[in-house]
Design a protein around this ligand. Structure first.
Ligand code: URA
Length: 209
């Protein structure tokens, strides 16, 4: 079974509660998302491989730890993924950034790709895909299919909220992908929204309806 990490840190939980409240204004929602994304990114990067290099402190040389390998690939699943992107980039400023755009075909109900641009050498990079809501999981799974086709091997999925249904589907489709989230809610409703959730994450962060 795939790995699931729920970040139960009090600051994360407090900020998430503020985001859930329907009266929270767009600007505050966006700021909270930025802050929470950094705390989630801290957790998802906990086991990044380290190497050592020789540096000189003002006192003496030392073998100091530094991140190993190629720069991370940070992939935003459009459009709501962009709300997590800036905060994560503040924590990992040298990450390379990619975008995956998918829409749902109303006849087949399958996700269709409309945009795909990712860094080179994906097979050599740790890849973090970001999307705030893991609901049915269909678009996230399709995005990860595309990342694997592009060569990505070590993929982690960062979201704010997940539904049990989405976790199960994702784990079945991609058991190798670790999911990191702030909370797992009760269920999906008949419209595919997470319950109790926070509503439409894209609309709330961009002020659309
Ligand atoms: N996408 C959202 O923005 N909200 C949900 O509850 C489910 C999917």
């Amino acid at each position: 079974m795939g790995k699931l990490t729920i970040v139960d840190h009090p600051l994360v939980q407090h900020k998430l509660t503020l985001m859930r409240e329907k009266e929270t204004p767009t600007a505050v929602f966006r700021q909270l998302l930025r802050e929470i994304s950094q705390l989630l990114a801290y957790e998802i990067t906990r086991e990044l491989p380290l190497t050592h290099k020789t540096i000189n402190t003002p006192i003496e040389p030392m073998e100091a730890p530094t991140l190993a390998g190629k720069k991370l690939a940070l992939i935003s699943i459009l459009r709501a993924g962009n709300g997590l992107l800036d905060g994560v980039l503040e924590l990992i400023p040298s990450a390379r950034v990619g975008f995956v755009g998918l829409y749902r075909d109303e006849e087949t109900l399958k996700p269709v790709q409309y945009y795909f641009k990712v860094p080179d050498a994906m097979s050599e990079r740790v890849t973090i895909a970001v999307d705030p809501m893991l609901a049915t999981g269909n678009s996230s799974i399709a995005a990860i299919d595309l990342l694997k086709e592009a060569g990505a091997k070590d993929i982690r999925f960062l979201c704010l909220l997940a539904a049990p249904e989405g976790i199960e589907t994702m784990h079945k489709a991609h058991p190798d992908v670790e999911i990191v989230t702030a909370a797992v809610d009760k269920q999906l409703n008949e419209h595919g929204y997470i319950v109790p959730g926070l509503g439409d994450a894209g609309d709330r962060m961009f002020g659309t309806k």
